[in-house]
Design a binder for this molecule. Structure first.
Ligand code: SF4
Length: 402
């Protein structure tokens, strides 16, 4: 099989690995939509210049051979699918050519666990080393740390890469064992995250550390996922936690399981942003009794409806922490409002909108110089009535033996 044929199989343009999204790619281009994918552009695109000028990440697997059997994964051991493995020289040369021709701004290199964690990791490290030394590649490089990788390999990955990621896939050991028997969350994955944290002052990563959870494959709740995400931000300094809705793959043990609604993934991403960017506590999130976020209202509005005693807030005096809890006001608009009110008393709702707030959402929750901008009680009553007519989110019912 030649390199192009391998590339057909191993260009990892797959949907469920979000850690390879190009949001960490520094680009000299103007950033647009994060839609890069192609190696050599998309179908019919023979030009290295993409019209949207977005950073383009060369996403590829070193190998899709894997000794593990994660129940959701298309590359699980024993599944009947085309398999291929790049030699390090072959892949380094292929990427170098694509980069030199202007087809890619950066590389995201991942792999199945071929033979063992150390063997799979070694091939990726050799590829990265060839790129950095022989090809003098100085651009963006994101390396996956495989389960079972050795500490020295983790250190080498941090020396070579701008970003490393370790996909936890599930939030707890119990959920992990529901999906695979070959590896363990604590010893094969969390332990590697501890090494990354311990090594980070000696080998700082410009684009940080990320992980991914597959949402809905193991019966975990949103509370389970966000509890782990909070720990990863606080205790491990992760740059980003990605959530990827489970989609069934044929010829896997979960092929008959219904896909996770995309809305669940979207709500988790919104809640995650509140944890990261708004420094909200998990206790402020409005979970259903079963531990899920509502699919019908975004988590920030849900927290406001859940804590009516916090509102309305006076725009002219409220501290930053209170302003950013108002639906429709984000960190930037809160800072602008604070700057504006230093100059003069804000009395006109249009000034709130001029600072970037979404007035339609924020109005019921605001006072301007003591005067209510909207009708808080009426708004809350209406929203709760609307939400009570919608079914709460329920887990899809799984068949026996899943
Ligand atoms: S270890 Fe990774 S590649 Fe292998 S089966 Fe599990 S998820 Fe798939």
């Amino acid at each position: 099989m030649n390199a192009e044929q391998k590339l057909e199989i191993l260009a990892a343009d797959y949907d469920f690995d979000r850690v390879g999204s190009p949001e960490g790619v520094p680009s000299t281009r103007q950033t647009g939509s994060p839609a890069c994918e192609g190696i050599g552009g998309g179908p019919g695109d023979s030009s290295p210049q993409k019209a949207d000028h977005s950073p383009r990440l060369f996403k590829v697997l070193q190998s899709n051979e894997c000794v593990h059997s994660c129940a959701f994964c298309p590359w699980r051991s024993g599944r009947d699918t085309s398999r291929a493995t790049f030699e390090p020289e072959e892949l380094a040369t292929l990427f170098h050519r694509s980069h030199a021709a202007g087809y890619a701004d950066g590389l995201y290199l991942t792999s199945g666990v071929r033979e063992s964690g150390p063997v799979g990791m070694d091939a990726m490290l050799q590829t990265a080393d060839l790129l950095r030394k022989r090809h003098e590649y100085g651009g963006y490089l994101h390396l996956k740390v495989l389960p079972g990788a050795e500490r020295a390999q983790v250190q080498e990955a941090m020396r070579l890469a701008d970003r490393v990621s370790i996909n936890l896939e599930t939030p707890t050991e119990a959920h992990h064992s529901a999906l695979t028997t070959g590896k363990r969350l604590e010893t094969d994955l969390m332990e590697r995250l501890r090494w990354v944290r311990d090594l980070s002052s000696e080998f700082p990563l410009g684009s940080g550390v990320t992980t991914q959870f597959v949402v809905g494959a193991a019966g975990e709740t949103d509370r389970d996922l966000l509890t782990r995400a909070r720990e990863l931000y606080q205790d491990f300094g992760l740059r980003r936690v990605h959530f990827s809705a489970f989609k069934p793959v044929i010829q896997t043990p979960l092929e008959a399981r219904p896909p996770t609604p995309d809305a669940r993934e979207a709500r988790l991403q919104q809640a995650d942003l509140l944890l990261r960017g708004y420094e909200m506590n998990l206790s402020e999130m409005a979970f259903t009794e079963g531990g899920y976020l509502s699919l019908h209202v975004d988590p920030k509005m849900a927290q406001a409806l859940n804590h009516p005693e916090r509102f309305p807030v006076e725009v002219n005096t409220a501290p930053y922490e209170e302003l950013i809890r108002v639906p429709g006001i984000g960190p930037l608009s809160a800072k602008r409002l604070i700057g504006r009110r230093r100059e003069r008393l804000i009395r006109d709702p249009r000034e709130v909108a001029l600072c970037g707030a979404i007035l339609k959402r924020a109005a019921p929750f605001l006072l301007l110089d003591g005067r209510a901008v909207g009708h808080l009680e009426q708004f809350i009553r209406q929203e709760l009535r609307r939400l009570n007519t919608r079914p709460a989110y329920q887990l899809p019912l799984f068949g026996e033996g899943d």
